[in-house]
Design a binder for this molecule. Structure first.
Ligand code: NI
Length: 187
């Protein structure tokens, strides 16, 4: 595994530890993460670590199990600053949308996947307040992708059987840890 990194937190004089992103094959990515029951200050530190890890990996989103923390939390930034969602759930979904989806845990690969176009997410913010967000297209896709991570589901599990077989063969033939980050966003 790559060593832990240290990164200067944006706009501060503090340094925040970043973590290596867990890759396909790591069993932590196949397990369902548990609900957060205790909203306390340690979540602030976790969120900061997740932001820095997400930015360092050049991802739009990051779910806690991707750094080995099995709690239902994800972070994202689709260009409007960092956000964190605790105990997210989808309460509505509609339409269909094709998106060339990538994942930080499956580097270098993108797959055209159809999922609902618009979703409504409920969760809790870092301040403890309830959130409800209606999202479209990329943000809707990100929400679905990150909640999948919290359920132990990877984008490979969303492929048709033949395409999944081809993808798994391609992964077996390469060392994911050495695959360069592909162009295009990863969730
Ligand atoms: Ni992902």
């Amino acid at each position: 595994e790559r060593p832990f990194g240290l990164k200067k937190a944006a706009g501060t004089l503090r340094f925040v530890a970043t973590h290596p992103v867990r890759l396909f094959g790591d069993p932590v990515l196949k397990q369902r993460s548990r609900e957060v029951e205790d909203l306390n200050g340690s979540l602030v530190g976790l969120a900061e670590t997740m932001y820095e890890t997400m930015y360092e990996a050049i991802g739009l989103g990051l779910a806690a199990p991707q750094i080995g923390v099995q709690r239902r939390i994800f972070t994202y930034d689709v260009g409007e600053g960092p956000h964190v969602i605790i105990n997210p759930e989808l309460v509505d979904a509609s339409g269909e949308w094709v998106y060339n989806e990538g994942c930080l845990s499956v580097p270098g690969m993108h797959f055209e996947i159809v999922r609902p176009k618009v979703v409504t997410l409920r969760g809790i913010g870092l301040d403890g307040n309830d959130l409800e967000i209606e999202a479209d297209e990329v943000l809707a896709r990100l929400f679905q992708h990150e909640i999948d991570h919290l359920d132990g589901v990877l984008l490979l599990d969303r492929l048709e059987p033949d395409e999944r077989k081809r993808a798994l063969r391609a992964i077996r033939e390469q060392d994911l840890a050495t695959v360069p980050r592909s162009a295009g966003p990863a969730l």
